[in-house]
Design a protein around this ligand. Structure first.
Ligand code: BMA
Length: 745
């Protein structure tokens, strides 16, 4: 019996520890009305019922405003047992009756309390009564709690809100928790699991761009100040946990322009839309703003991404918010006191939101239909060319807001153009490529413009290979000590001169902490499974993918456009030397790794990458099961090195594998490349023309890339004085071996 009791106690205690806020509420920013901004403490049940009636009659409920929230001053005393009661004079029918009234109208009721001893207006606070209060709210069938932060000396904010969150959870009724802590303890850093929204700053007042200080010392802030505080916190917001820049002041006395700007910006920031005006007496202008369903849809969009300010020019702010289905909301905010005219060129706004959504606008690749969210007029389409679309005038303290919906993609994206170019070039011959060509060679390193290949033949390789191992850790240099900043410069230089770029990645092992190479056979076996969703290091690996994608997204030309690249992750998987190799994961796991990586990167970079899948030579037929699929691969690659003394074996295996892969590629129309090849230190002075060239000449291959010239102990390309130099020159003289100058002519 004792044992059972023990277990039972444990279960209860554990549940307490694991208690979490109510899920599945607050998946969109909350919408409703609150008493405070207009009526402050001067409230009663008549008023609230009247507002509830108005919410329905005006159509605002149907536009989405469903919470009707009491703020401070509804309270009476606690009863003999400590349960809070409503003020009997102001709310003679009680809160339960009020809840019934609003529920009958299809609305929900919100209530207000405080973490401290007393509320801001001196009513009983919840401190020490959290569970009792939560229980009482649940009994009254309340749906929402705003919990304030007055009179909380020496109270830990996180602990206080967690306590109330647990209490609400324990009450058994799903109640939305709106945390009103004014941002003093950075709730965005810790409150996502505790509440559904948190205030990010002081109270708003009905003013567009200034603050006011109360005699007691606290400050109210205007619309622009709220925006400035909310803006840097966008990465913390998302479905179920929103930044709250405070309730709306629309209809409370600002100009129509200011009200429109205020409302539009709250929608752009995916902020709670809690009305603060008297809904029983609204002007038509106020109604039109608050019931602008197209603008509300921006706020309530399913992606739940808080918008970002991408640029500020001529005093105008350019805000973008990614929406579901590839749409974007775009608002030009004029916070100044004078109208501003602006020549809008969509190409100024090619952005990728790397911080939160990894979605990009790609005005150079996608045409969008432009819908004006305030006039509700269709205004044509965006341009994919670098031209002024229209000159717009944004009135003082006002906005122009658009919804952009993709209607057409360029038939020739950057990646498609590269693919077509590779196909054309392949008819002329096979390109030569070299890994790390511009960084170092035999007897030199980091001399601008230098290259072993160029020193020898007077021309750069057509293809240059670069390696990103180390980017996942946030390192400044890659695993071969090449600084990433320099690498970016050289990639851009190679692109500018018309060369081809291919990128490999030997990420470290996130499970063992070791290198990409298998260093602990047993533990390495679990690595792929561990990085997949649900795996032990999935979270870490998402961060790694983020860093990788950040770097790739930074590869832009002078016009700010993404340069075309060939990306070749998870290569040589038919060998057992990398943690994603044969025997270390199943084919399904390998493909899941590939797909996860590709989906992650391509979300940010859908238009400029050709994906190369490269097993190493000597693969078994069943290893083709790891092929990610025609829809995911652009280049079928092969990595093949000749070993010392292994000429015959090399030739026969190379032919066998190239035959297999070329057949595979022929059916699907893919390109084929020898994505890595070579003979370390090229001990055979006739290797290029006698062994390699005759083999590759037989196949329709886009390029062959030899590995890096690390030092005299490990090099794969010739240099001026290596014994294969003459033979290499001879090979390059062949018209069908393409160097840089051959492909840019
Ligand atoms: C290998 C070797 C290593 C290098 C790695 C990544 O083949 O060249 O020295 O670190 O590639 O470039």
């Amino acid at each position: 019996m004792k044992k059972i009791l023990c277990i039972l106690l444990c279960v209860v205690a554990c549940q307490g520890l694991m208690a979490q806020k109510w899920e599945k509420i607050g998946d969109r920013p909350q919408m409703g009305w609150n008493t405070w901004n207009k009526f402050a403490g001067n409230i009663n049940e008549e008023l609230v019922r009247g507002i509830a009636d108005a919410l329905v009659e005006t159509g605002m409920r149907d536009a989405g405003y469903t919470y009707i929230n009491l703020d401070d001053c509804w309270h009476g005393q606690r009863d003999a047992e400590g349960f809070i009661q409503a003020d009997p004079k102001r709310f003679p029918s009680g809160i339960k009756a009020l809840a019934d009234y609003v529920h009958a109208k299809g609305l929900k009721l919100g209530i207000y309390s405080d973490c401290g001893t007393e509320t801001c207006a001196g009513k009983p606070g919840s401190l020490g009564h959290e569970y009792q209060d939560a229980l009482q709210y649940a009994r009254w069938e309340v749906d929402y709690l705003k919990e304030d932060w007055c009179n909380t000396t020496n109270i830990n904010a996180r602990g206080a809100y967690k306590l109330m969150s647990d209490a609400l959870r324990a009450s058994g009724r799903p109640i939305f928790l709106s945390m009103c802590e004014w941002g003093s303890n950075k709730p965005w850093e810790w409150a996502a699991e505790i509440g559904h929204s948190w205030r990010i700053g002081p109270d708003i007042w009905c003013n567009f761009d200034s603050t006011r200080v109360h005699p007691q010392g606290f400050t109210d802030i205007g619309v622009m100040q709220c925006i400035r505080l909310c803006e840097p916190l966008r990465k913390y917001a998302g479905p179920g946990h929103w930044n709250d820049p405070d309730m709306l002041e629309v209809g409370n006395g600002m100009t129509v322009n200011e009200d429109r700007a205020h409302f539009a910006m709250w929608c752009m920031m995916a902020s709670p839309l809690i009305l603060g005006n008297d809904l029983r007496a609204m002007s038509e202008e106020t109604k039109a703003i608050l019931m602008n369903r197209e603008m509300i849809a921006v706020d309530q969009d399913e992606l739940g991404v808080q918008g970002l300010r991408y640029a500020t020019e001529q005093g105008l702010e350019f805000w973008f918010k990614p929406l579901k289905g590839g749409d974007w909301a775009f608002t030009i905010l004029n916070p100044t006191k004078a109208p501003v005219s602006y020549d809008l060129n969509w190409q100024h706004f090619n952005l990728i939101d790397m911080e939160v959504s990894r979605l990009g606008t790609y005005f150079d690749q996608v045409t969008y239909a432009v819908r004006n969210l305030w006039t509700h007029a269709d205004e044509g389409r965006t341009l994919t060319t670098d031209k002024v679309w229209r000159t717009l005038t944004v009135p003082a303290r006002d906005v122009i807001s658009y919804r952009l919906s993709p209607v057409a993609k360029n038939t020739a994206t950057t990646a498609q153009l590269l693919r077509q170019r590779l196909q054309r070039l392949q008819k002329r011959g096979i390109m030569f490529g070299h890994q790390d060509d511009p960084f170092y060679g035999l007897g030199w390193s980091y001399e601008a413009g230098r290259s072993d290949v160029r020193d020898l033949v007077g021309d750069y390789p057509a293809v240059m290979g670069f390696e990103l191992g180390g980017i996942e850790l946030g390192d400044e240099k890659n695993l071969d000590s090449v600084p990433f900043n320099l690498m970016r410069q050289e990639m851009i230089a190679q692109s500018r001169r018309g060369g081809i770029i291919t990128i490999s990645w030997h990420p470290r092992n996130p499970l063992t902490g070791g290198t990409a190479w298998v260093n602990n056979e047993e533990r390495s076996k679990n690595t792929v499974a561990a990085v997949l969703p649900g795996g032990k290091v999935h979270g870490v690996f998402q961060i790694w993918l983020g860093r990788l994608t950040n770097f790739l997204a930074s590869l832009k030309d002078e016009q700010g456009h993404q340069i075309p690249i060939i990306f070749r992750p998870w290569h040589e998987n038919s060998g057992a030397w990398f943690w994603w190799g044969r025997g270390l994961c199943s084919s399904e796991e390998y493909r899941a790794l590939w797909n996860m990586t590709q989906d992650f990167v391509a979300k940010a970079l859908p238009y400029n990458i050709l994906w190369s899948w490269s097993p190493n030579y000597g693969f078994e037929p069943d290893e083709l099961d790891t092929y990610p699929g025609d829809e995911r691969v652009d280049i079928i690659g092969l990595d093949a090195y000749q070993q010392r003394g292994g000429e015959e074996a090399f030739i026969s295996q190379l032919n066998k594998d190239l035959t297999t892969l070329c057949n595979m590629a022929k059916k699907s129309g893919k390109l084929v490349a020898l994505t890595e090849c070579g003979y370390q230190n090229i001990p055979d002075p006739t290797w290029w023309t006698r062994v390699l060239k005759p083999q590759i000449a037989k196949y329709p291959i886009s390029y062959f890339l030899v590995w890096r010239n690390a030092d005299r102990r490990q090099y794969f390309a010739p240099a001026k004085n290596t014994k294969d130099a003459e033979d290499f020159c001879k090979m390059v003289k062949d018209k069908r071996i393409l160097m840089l100058n051959d492909i840019i002519k």
